[in-house]
Design a binder for this molecule. Structure first.
Ligand code: PPS
Length: 364
């Protein structure tokens, strides 16, 4: 029971008490909302604050507002970082960019790619000192819009060992607005997950991160927003289609992976990933079990039990332990009503139908 509710014996006092409690709670929410907005604006440049005034905005999932910027919904700090990235990043032909909409398997893809491209420097088999045993994948592969370009900083990335591996949640159109990315031969790997599970994973994640002072974020409200396209970096269908179309046009430069496929057949997907990256597995590696060892090192079960993934924060505000929840496909069946199934299926048909992009909703 909230501390401001007093147990009373008379109806009048009880009513007053509830009203007072409601008022206190509402004021707290308002105050928290305002604090959230102040917090949100704290590190923004005047230019960015000015820009925000001209953008459409909607209530956010865990922050006061999401703004529609370059056609997708995102937070103010992300907008500032994306502008800085677009203005300053210098791509190299050997760069690898991992892209995803949040909660689609980003952490997994970061681990797998890091293990593959660095396997000469950090052998996989019987290596008790592999960096993935001591560091969260987000510390080994950074996002453009968080660590690297946040707060208007311009990082010096010229001395990063090649191939440099970066990550982003930015949709393809905005990534491609970055002139050097567009002109370079940098490779892009996109990981996608069926929208039913991605939605559930996002809702669970945000529910854990939401300040306790805010009311709980109901599944129904989150679902309405998701179906309207209002989620970080959404609408999800546009995000997926941007990378999907590009992977069809330039398959040598954009590889499109699906979470469910990786779950079902990790070995073939790792072979494909290594070949795409230009570092295919040798016969000796294949017979020596290197592929299986990478799969094991990066598996949900192994990663979740590492101390580094149970503690600390690799991305500001996110506790590492929340990045590893169930790591399965099909959990949505435990939450979706039949009308939710119908609605999301219709949205997928309307927006993805005819594109050739489809999903497995259940894993065998
Ligand atoms: N190694 C590995 N293998 C398989 N699945 C994994 C792995 N690591 C994380 N996960 C699951 O991926 C979901 C989190 O998605 P992201 O990593 O994209 O999150 S984030 O955008 O980086 O915050 C989230 O899914 P749910 O469990 O369904 O919520 C994680 O549990």
């Amino acid at each position: 029971m909230p501390s401001s509710v007093t147990t009373t014996t008379t109806t009048t006092t009880a009513t007053t008490s509830v009203v007072v409690n409601h008022f206190t709670k509402s004021s707290q929410i308002l105050a928290t909302g305002r604090r959230g907005e102040d917090e949100e604006a704290k590190d923004l440049s005047d230019e960015c604050k000015e820009l925000l005034l001209s953008l459409p905005k909607e209530k956010g999932w865990r922050t006061p507002y999401l703004y529609k910027f370059q056609g997708f919904w995102c937070q103010p700090k992300e907008i500032q970082a994306i502008i800085s990235f677009q203005n300053h990043f210098q791509a190299k032909d050997s760069d690898v960019i991992l892209a995803s909409i949040p909660k689609s398997g980003t952490t997994w893809l970061k681990a797998l790619t890091f293990a593959i491209v660095n396997r000469k420097s950090f052998p996989i088999v019987s290596n008790k000192n592999h960096p993935l045993l001591a560091s969260n994948p987000h510390d080994l592969v950074s996002f453009f819009e968080y660590k690297l370009y946040e707060n208007n900083q311009i990082p010096d990335l010229s001395n990063f060992p090649e191939p440099r591996v970066f990550a982003t949640h930015i949709p393809f159109a905005s990534l491609n607005m970055q002139e050097s990315v567009q002109k370079s031969n940098a490779k892009v790997i996109y990981i996608c997950r069926n929208p039913f599970d991605t939605f559930m994973s996002s809702w669970h994640f945000v529910s854990k991160l939401r300040p306790e002072s805010l009311p709980t974020f109901s599944l129904e409200e989150a679902f309405r927003m998701y179906c309207d396209g209002i989620i970080g970096f959404g609408p999800f269908w546009e995000h997926m289609l941007g990378y999907w179309d590009e992977s069809l046009k330039r398959p040598d430069k954009v590889l499109f992976l699906k979470y469910e496929d990786l779950k079902e057949d990790i070995v073939s997907n790792l072979k494909n990933l290594a070949s795409f990256l230009g570092v295919p597995f040798s016969v000796e590696e294949e017979t020596g079990g290197v592929i299986q060892e990478i799969a094991k090192l990066c598996s949900f079960e192994e990663m979740k039990k590492l101390e580094v993934n149970k503690t600390g924060r690799s991305i500001k505000n996110f506790e590492n332990k929340y990045l590893f929840r169930r790591g399965e496909g099909g959990d949505w069946v435990n939450y979706f009503s039949s009308s939710m199934v119908k609605q999301l299926s219709q949205i997928m048909d309307q927006n993805l139908g005819g594109s050739g992009l489809s999903f497995k909703l259940h894993l065998s």
